[in-house]
Design a protein around this ligand. Structure first.
Ligand code: PMP
Length: 433
């Protein structure tokens, strides 16, 4: 039998180490919120393939719809020989994305590709060049997405020169003492000192920073960005690649702030495990790009479109928006209780929006002393005990929960109990002997 160790050895020989090696287990099978590796070990999934399987692994409705599609057509390239599902996915996204104005949608394959296209659309629509993004942001790994990202190592450092005319300002993170007012003052200073707002094509923002540490933007901050964009003719580009599709207890996270984006980037959860991404935006903005200005061979692949249509049905039928809010309450209550207990002085903060809940590991409740070593050890110990966890954060010291929204209460509680035991074990290892 091939073991995880065998495959790890082959992987190391065949694949560059630049591709992060989070866990040395190889998955053979997945079902809803559980995974099994090639040795038969079972894992509860608190990662959802990085916020993708919101509807669970291999949801029967998604699989059924994709199976039917396999028997019809798997690829034509929509721009040469179109098919109906692409149109239907776009219509449904135009309806779902917030904004009381006509919208249009364009499909691609990955989050980074959606970001690249949103940037091109914004430049074409405004005739302007500059973009503002935020410290701690993550927008993907292509060159423009890397440029917009706000974390140097490992994402940006060594890959320059990056794209010119991208400016970063701080993102409001209450735990690090940065308020909405601080972040807005920094933007105002940028506009007064370096970058006249009339040069700015777009402000790119995640309503909850994902990789940056599950930092929810206060509603007043997003509302202020909306006002600033309107005042200066800047497009508000909202990256809902990680926050979208019910994850935050709303279909899209900006609904919490009651605002609409001019352009929204979508990916991950839309395909329920199949690669699909989208840019949805104001029809008048989307129409400013001349024919042929955007496109892609695989963009909006028929199998992925079929999956997306099933995913949107499942989110509605199984009320996953409401379910995300319940999961979030359960997670926050449990993690909050741990944080308050003396045993876990390492939990400095518990935060999130809807089911996107995270906790920050620090020494002695001190926000100034992040504890990435404990975080890394915790993810390893948890995997050994059958729980897949992801970390995040500019300091690599945040554990984020991204369980499928279809997870049962029993499995969620089992996962939390493994998490607690693993944290106790990791802390014990860290004690000075
Ligand atoms: N934006 C955000 C907010 C993301 O979380 C990610 C992926 N983690 C991306 C963009 C990039 O998506 P992809 O990996 O599909 O290119």
């Amino acid at each position: 039998m091939t073991t995880n160790a065998d495959l790890t050895e082959r992987r190391i020989a065949a694949i560059p180490s630049a591709l992060s090696r989070h866990l040395d287990v190889f998955i053979a099978r997945a079902e809803n919120a559980e995974l099994w590796d090639i040795e038969g070990n079972r894992y509860i999934d608190f990662a959802s393939g990085i916020a993708v399987t919101n509807t669970g692994h291999r949801h029967p409705k998604v699989i059924e719809r994709v199976r039917r599609q396999l028997d019809c057509v798997t690829h034509t390239s929509f721009q040469t020989t179109p098919y109906a599902d692409y149109v239907t996915v776009c219509e449904r996204l135009n309806d779902l994305v917030p904004g009381d104005f006509p919208k249009k949608t364009y499909l691609v394959s990955t989050g980074a590709e959606a970001i690249e296209n949103a940037v091109k659309i914004a430049r074409a629509a405004t005739g302007r060049q500059a973009f503002v993004a935020f410290g701690g942001a993550f927008h993907g790994r292509t060159l423009m997405a890397t440029t917009l990202t706000g974390k140097s190592v490992p994402y940006k450092h060594g890959f320059g020169p990056l794209v010119p005319d991208v400016w970063h300002v701080p993102y409001p993170v209450a735990y690090r003492g940065l308020s909405s007012a601080d972040a807005l003052a920094a933007l105002e200073t940028l506009f007064r000192t370096e970058l006249h707002p009339s040069r700015v094509a777009g402000i790119v923002v995640e309503p909850v920073q994902g990789e940056g540490g599950f930092n929810p933007a206060p509603a007043d901050f997003l509302q202020a960005l909306r006002r600033i964009c309107d005042e200066h003719g800047i497009l508000l580009i909202v990256d809902e690649i990680q926050t979208g599709f019910a994850r935050t207890g709303r279909m899209f996270a900006i609904e919490h702030a009651g605002i609409a984006a001019d352009l929204m980037t979508l990916a991950k959860g839309l395909g329920g495990g199949f690669p699909i991404a989208a840019v949805t935006g104001r029809a008048d903005v989307m129409e400013k790009v001349p024919p042929g200005g955007i496109g892609g061979t695989f963009a909006g692949n028929p199998l992925s479109c079929a999956a997306a249509l099933a995913v949107l049905d499942v989110i509605a039928e199984e009320k996953l928006v409401e379910r995300a809010a319940v999961i979030g309450e359960r997670l926050s209550a449990t993690l909050g209780q741990w944080q308050r207990s003396n045993a876990f002085a390492c939990i400095g903060d518990v935060r999130g929006l809807g089911s996107m809940v995270a906790f920050e590991l620090v020494h002695d409740r001190d926000p100034g002393r992040p504890w990435p070593e404990l975080t890394k050890r915790l993810t390893q110990i948890a995997a050994g005990r059958g729980l897949v966890l992801l970390s995040c954060g500019v300091y690599g010291n945040v554990i984020r929960v991204l369980a499928p929204l279809t997870i049962s209460d029993a499995l969620l509680d089992e996962g939390l109990s493994v998490l607690r035991q693993s944290l106790e074990a990791a802390l014990k290892e860290m004690e000075p002997v």
